[in-house]
Design a protein around this ligand. Structure first.
Ligand code: XMP
Length: 510
């Protein structure tokens, strides 16, 4: 195991992910974690992340200096590098020239970190402070025109630091630097694979759960499905999954989830499918404001779940498919600034009787979760599902939600996805769906005048879902989908394509 100590940097997730891409298992802990806990993990290496503070300010994030005496190799990145230097007697101060972006760097390739790399490299810099003077015992191994100590090392103590960010794509050979750290410096063997994650997690879950009972809310999305599959494998019938059909799911979604997790499916668990469609439709009747709709759905969902949980009685554990980006985005656990409050975290039902939470996917990124799902034998249509919001189709229907409108958007969406899925994987957008605008307009069908709805098609490319670009699709895909939608979906006489980026629009419509 390699441990990433989080000092609040923006790229921490990426660091962990790059290490795992080297087939080395990696976990992220806050710098506030007690040292004994970190030591107990028996790490082969430790990485200090970047962070927003200045190391020389009084309340700056820091760490017990005992960590330097363990003999475990440490790599400090950005803030982490400044912290290491500052603590060990170097000098860190405000840089005369702040560096941001791609920067030319000269590397000393005799350093184990830069072994096998060209001497001239491009690295990604993002800092206001810099290391003016390396700490005693350290040798400088890289520099840029504005940064005399862009990297330094004390090989005897196994301490390494880089001012730039090897984890981001813009640093040429950055992956190789991390590779060098985990293999050449830490001596990791690189035997970790996603199936080791599945096996180890199943083992851990068994130990933790014992003969306890587990309740899991299954949404049908990738995360909760993989979470349920892991638990099913670990504890079988001790697991009860509750799947709520709120009437805002995509076409056939309920059937697909029931097929996999229900009676006669792949897993031997207790599976409850609650048909709560009417309840949700009743609550949503007459509601047009986006925030009220979201709130009603969130609350009703918890209520339905609580009622089901009551029927089951006390359980020992509540399972959640929280994944790493959720933890970071919610500002829970992670050290980086709160970005948005997430639907799946923090909305815990308070009337469910359970002793503890289990969140087996807390350390994984989305594509790692998908990979684990494949290892667990989940069908590809579940594993490769696009993100789907908790409030479901309700935020893809502008204005009031009615069962009729849900049916329209379900049918149009199924056609749109079917047409886009004919494209090769590499051309497919990150997220694509149909939405129902609340607009009706005049059309003509046969000899009849119509006054029907307009469907909006969305297709965006994004990596982090915080910003998004419009995916340019072949005209053929667009026209075929539009034709099929007006012909096959009742009450639709117009199809539009949404050409807006995020920002200023959001990906969803409400
Ligand atoms: P927006 O519309 O904010 O969407 O640009 C960004 C991404 O988040 C998804 N999304 C949600 N996911 N609960 C969720 O679990 C929600 O309430 C929610 N709202 C938006 C959206 O599908 C997109 O991928």
């Amino acid at each position: 195991t390699v441990i990433v100590l989080d000092f609040g940097g923006q790229y921490n997730q990426l660091i962990a992910r790059r290490v795992r891409e080297c087939n080395v298992y990696c976990e992220i802990y806050s710098y506030r974690t007690p040292l004994e806990k970190i030591r107990a993990k028996n790490p082969k290496g430790i990485i200090f992340t970047g962070g927003p503070n200045s190391v020389y300010l009084p309340d700056a994030a820091t760490i017990d200096p005992e960590i330097y005496t363990w003999g475990v190799p440490i790599l400090g990145i950005c803030y982490g590098s400044q912290l290491m230097m500052h603590m060990l007697g170097g000098k860190v101060c405000r840089a005369p020239e702040r560096e941001y972006g791609k920067t030319a760097v000269d590397l000393n390739t005799t350093s184990p970190l830069f072994s096998g790399l060209p001497e001239k490299n491009v690295c990604w810099m993002s800092h206001n402070d810099y290391i003016e003077q390396a700490a005693p015992g350290f040798e400088i191994t890289a520099s840029t025109p504005n940064c005399p100590v862009a990297a330094a090392q004390d090989t005897a103590r196994g301490l390494y630091c880089v001012q730039f960010h090897p984890e981001v794509m813009h640093t040429e050979n950055g992956v190789q630097m991390l590779h060098n750290f985990v293999y050449k410096v830490c001596g990791c063997s690189g035997t970790w694979k996603m199936d080791s994650f599945v096996a180890a997690t199943v083992e851990e879950l068994r130990k933790k759960i014992g003969d306890g009972r587990v309740l899991c809310a299954l949404s049908g999305g990738v995360d909760s499905s993989v979470c349920a599959a892991l638990l099913a494998k670990a504890v079988g019938r001790q697991l009860t999954c509750v799947f709520v059909d709120h009437g805002l799911l995509r076409k056939n979604e309920r059937e697909q989830v029931c097929e996999v997790f229900g009676e006669g499916g792949a897993f031997d668990i207790n599976f409850i499918c609650v048909d709560a469609r009417d309840r949700f439709y009743q609550k949503l009747a007459g509601q047009t404001a986006p925030e009220s709709k979201r709130k009603i759905i969130g609350e009703e969902f918890i209520r339905v779940f609580e009622e089901e949980a009551k029927k089951i009685g006390a359980v020992d554990f509540l399972a959640q498919g929280t994944i790493y980006p959720d933890v970071v985005e919610s500002g829970l656990g992670g050290e980086s600034a709160v970005i948005k409050s997430h639907h799946n975290v923090g909305g815990l039902p308070d009337k469910v009787d359970f002793k503890a939470l289990v969140e087996p996917l807390r350390d994984l990124f989305k594509d790692e979760v998908r990979q684990a799902g494949r290892e667990l034998g989940l069908p590809e249509y579940l594993v490769s599902r696009q993100p789907f919001p908790g409030p479901g189709l309700a935020i893809r229907i502008i204005g009031e939600v009615t069962p009729e409108k849900v049916a329209i958007v379900q049918d149009a969406d199924a056609i749109w996805r079917e047409e886009v899925d004919k494209l090769p994987m590499s051309q497919r957008p990150s997220q694509y769906f149909a939405a129902l605008t609340n607009m009706q307009s005049v059309g003509v069908m046969g000899d009849e005048r119509t006054y029907d709805y307009a469907i909006a098609l969305r297709a965006v490319t994004t990596t982090d879902f915080m910003t998004a670009e419009v995916t340019l699709l072949p005209t053929e895909t667009l026209t075929t989908a539009a034709n099929r939608i007006v012909n096959e979906v009742k009450n639709v006489n117009r199809v539009m394509f949404d050409y807006t980026t995020k920002p200023p629009a959001t990906i969803e419509f409400e």
